[in-house]
Design a protein around this ligand. Structure first.
Ligand SMILES: Nc1ncnc2c1ncn2[C@@H]1O[C@H](COP(=O)(O)OP(=O)(O)O)[C@@H](O)[C@H]1O
Ligand SMILES: [Mg+2]
Length: 314
C-alpha cells in the first residue's frame, strides 16, 4: 500500500498511565511495530522528568530539546508561554525538516525520528513549570515531504496532561495499565474523561482570564480530533493475573487490545539504558497497530456525508 494512503498516516497517538506502568516501554514497542508495518514514525518524548527514551529506541543521539528550538520558556522570554492551559496555538509549531537542525532529531536504525519536548530539571531551580513542554507536545508537528508520519507522544505520568487541552490534538489515546487496582482505576478515570469530552461536556474555564480564551478553549474541545481510547496491559506476570484483570476490566466495559508480559529482557534494557528488544512484546504491540488500523478502516469505508450524519458509535 502507498505509504501516504495507509490508514494511520498523519495520526497522532498519545500514551498515558501511571508512573512506571510502561508508557515509555509501549511507546518504543509501538513505534517499532508501526515502522515494521511500513509507516513513517515520529516519537515525541513529552515526559518532562524521565530520561532514557532515545536509548530505549536505539537512537543515534538524545536530541536537544524542542523547548530550546522554540526559544525557551516564558522565563527566558521565549515563544512558548505558561500557563499550562493556554489554549492559544503555538506559533511555528509545524516544522519542516529543512528548518530543524540535526541536533534536535534522533534517528533509530529503523528510521524512526525521536524528538524531545524538554526536561524540567535541566532548566535549573525555580523553573519547575512544565506547561511549555506540554504545549509543545500538543502543537508540535514534524512534516517531512511525502508520507505523513504517525506521531507517538510519550507523556509524563498521571492524568493531568490528558485532562488538559493537550488531549484535543491526539487522534488516539492509549492507556497503559500495570497489574494493580490503581492501574485499573487509572484506566476507568481516563475512560470517564474521554467519554465526557466526546459527549460535549464543556471543559473547565474558570481559571482563564479573558472571554476570548474561554471561547477558544471551548472550541478546541468541541473540535478535538480524538477518535478513541485503546487499553494495554503491561508487566503481566502470569495467566491468572491476566484473567483476573480482564474480568475486572470487562465489568467496566474496558477491552484490552494487547497484553504485554513481564519480560526480563525489557527490564534489563531499561536498567542498562540500552535498546529494547523483545519479539513477544513487539508482537503484542503489533496488535495495537492492527486494532487502530481496523478502527480507521471502519471510518474510511463510510462516505464522508454519511459518516458525518451518523451518531458517535465508539
Ligand atoms: N513488560 C515489562 N517487563 C518487565 N519490566 C518492565 C516492563 N515494562 C516496564 N518495565 C519496567 O518498569 C519500568 C518503568 O517502565 P516505563 O516504560 O519507563 O514506565 P513509564 O514510562 O510508564 O513510567 C522500567 O524501567 C522497567 O524496569
Ligand atoms: Mg516514561
Amino acid at each position: 500500500m502507498n505509504r501516504e494512503r495507509k490508514p494511520l498516516a498523519g495520526q497522532r497517538l498519545g500514551l498515558f498511565g501511571r508512573g512506571g506502568s510502561g508508557k515509555s516501554t509501549c511507546a518504543v514497542l509501538l513505534a517499532k511495530a508501526l515502522a515494521r508495518a511500513g509507516y513513517t514514525v515520529n516519537v515525541v518524548d513529552a515526559d518532562s522528568t524521565n530520561e532514557g527514551l532515545s536509548q530505549a529506541l536505539g537512537a543515534d543521539r538524545t536530541p536537544d530539546s524542542l523547548l530550546d528550538w522554540f526559544g525557551g520558556t516564558v522565563f527566558s522570554g521565549g515563544r512558548v508561554t505558561c500557563p499550562v492551559d493556554d489554549p492559544v496555538p503555538m506559533a511555528g509549531a509545524h516544522v519542516a525538516p529543512e528548518q530543524l537542525p540535526d541536533r534536535f532529531v534522533g534517528r533509530t536504525p529503523e528510521g524512526i525520528r525521536v524528538f524531545l519536548a524538554g526536561k524540567v530539571g535541566l532548566l535549573g531551580p525555580g523553573a519547575g513549570c512544565d506547561g511549555p513542554m506540554t504545549k509543545i507536545a500538543r502543537d508540535f508537528a514534524f512534516e517531512p515531504a511525502g508520507a505523513a508520519p504517525v506521531t507517538v507522544v510519550d507523556f509524563k505520568a498521571g492524568i493531568e496532561d490528558a485532562s488538559r487541552g493537550v488531549v484535543t490534538s491526539l487522534d488516539w489515546v492509549i492507556v497503559v495499565m500495570d497489574p494493580s487496582y490503581a492501574g485499573v482505576r487509572a484506566a476507568v478515570i481516563m475512560k470517564l474523561l474521554l467519554d465526557q469530552m466526546r459527549a460535549g461536556v464543556p471543559p473547565a474555564t474558570r481559571h482563564l482570564a479573558s472571554p476570548e480564551l474561554v471561547a477558544l478553549t471551548r472550541r478546541t474541545f468541541q473540535e478535538a480530533r480524538t477518535q478513541g481510547v485503546l487499553y494495554v496491559l503491561n508487566k503481566v506476570p502470569d495467566n491468572d493475573t491476566e484473567h483476573f484483570l480482564w474480568q475486572r476490566l470487562l465489568e467496566v466495559e474496558i477491552q484490552v487490545v494487547a497484553s504485554i508480559r513481564e519480560d526480563a529482557s525489557l527490564r534489563q534494557a531499561w536498567l542498562e539504558g540500552a535498546p529494547l528488544y523483545s519479539a513477544t512484546a513487539e508482537a503484542e504491540a503489533a496488535k495495537i497497530v492492527r486494532a487502530l488500523e481496523q478502527e480507521r478502516g471502519g471510518c474510511a469505508e463510510k462516505p464522508a456525508a454519511e459518516s458525518a450524519a451518523e451518531p458517535e458509535s465508539h
